[in-house]
Design a protein around this ligand. Structure first.
Ligand code: HEM
Length: 282
């Protein structure tokens, strides 16, 4: 069961309805919905305009020029850190849950496309089918962990797990519904199997068709924002924010005599207050 191609099985069950052409057209439609939704989102929120204006502003305030070789290095770092290993998350549980969700989704989507385009009528595709189930399972583990225990509403604000905020939760809920119903469809048969299949298709349409309302497009925007953040730190413009000086330096003491008076000659770096203890004071 876990090693059989569920789409080819569907084709065997009703070859006149679930034709390879129909399944492939459905995938193409989902891709078009994501592209269309992302473009609409960018135009509607004017995020690209803001992004380029902000970049220009940063360039004006730059203290040094970042060479193209250095930019390439920053791109590689963004790819290996923020994109591939979710390094932006300082909470390690959140990071692990994001990695499971992200890689689970990628494996699930890639194997779905390969099975439908390359093997729509081959029921026996053990490795691809195994990866498809594994991807869905990884997403469920990371996603349900996030939903029940990690997301800020539950972990920091004490709200019950079943409290839903329609737009904010649309992405995670449609991800979870898609992969949960995919697994349930694969593990059942007959009328119950068909019931889960219908739910799987409905949640898939919500996931890919809801890009303009959900957080889906963050997977395209976040890498660009993470790269830009590295550039503004490298060129010294730092989004117009002041750099935190060395509090024990004599130059800083001369400029700000309050520092040695109240904090001593060698104040320790106390770091960001927000990370000192978990937010759970509800
Ligand atoms: C297959 C791709 C991806 C999936 C399935 C995915 C999934 C998710 C999920 C479920 C959340 C929680 C959203 C929520 O609060 O409801 C999230 C948040 C986040 N993701 Fe991803 N992600 C993907 C790709 C990426 C990439 C490539 C990056 C960075 C380069 C990234 C960075 C982030 C960050 C920083 C957050 C926290 C943002 C926030 O809480 O508003 N994600 N992601």
């Amino acid at each position: 069961m876990i090693t059989t191609n569920p789409f080819a099985q569907l084709n065997t069950l009703a070859p006149d309805i679930f034709t390879p052409g129909l399944m492939q057209a459905f995938i193409i439609l989902m891709v078009l919905l994501v592209i269309g939704g992302t473009i609409f989102d960018v135009l509607h929120k004017k995020s690209a305009k803001y992004f380029f204006e902000n970049t220009k502003k940063g360039q004006k305030n730059a203290k040094r020029e970042v060479s193209s070789a250095e930019r390439k290095g920053l791109m590689v770092k963004t790819l290996t850190n923020e994109v591939l290993t979710s390094s932006e998350f300082s909470n390690q549980k959140r990071r692990l849950s994001h990695l499971l969700t992200m890689y689970g989704f990628t494996i699930f989507v890639a194997t779905t496309a390969i099975m439908i385009f390359a093997y729509p009528q081959t029921v026996d595709t053990p490795i691809l089918a195994l990866l498809w189930h594994l991807g869905a399972l990884m997403l469920c583990v990371g996603g349900y962990w996030f939903w029940f225990a990690i997301r800020v509403d539950v972990a920091a604000e004490g709200k019950p797990w079943y409290k839903i905020s329609y737009r904010a939760d649309m992405f995670i809920l449609s991800l979870l519904a898609t992969c949960t119903f995919a697994l349930l469809w694969s593990f059942t048969s007959g009328a119950i199997g068909m019931f889960f299949f219908v739910l799987f298709i409905i949640s898939t349409v919500f996931l890919f068709g809801g890009v303009i309302w959900s957080k889906f497009a963050h997977m395209f925007f976040k890498p660009a924002a993470a790269y830009e953040k590295r550039v503004v730190q490298a060129d010294g413009s730092n989004e117009g924010l002041p750099t935190v000086p060395d509090l024990s330096s004599s130059e800083v003491h001369e400029k700000f005599p309050d520092i040695p008076t109240y904090m001593g000659e060698n104040p320790e770096n106390m770091g960001a207050g927000i990370r000192r203890e978990p937010a759970n004071h509800y």
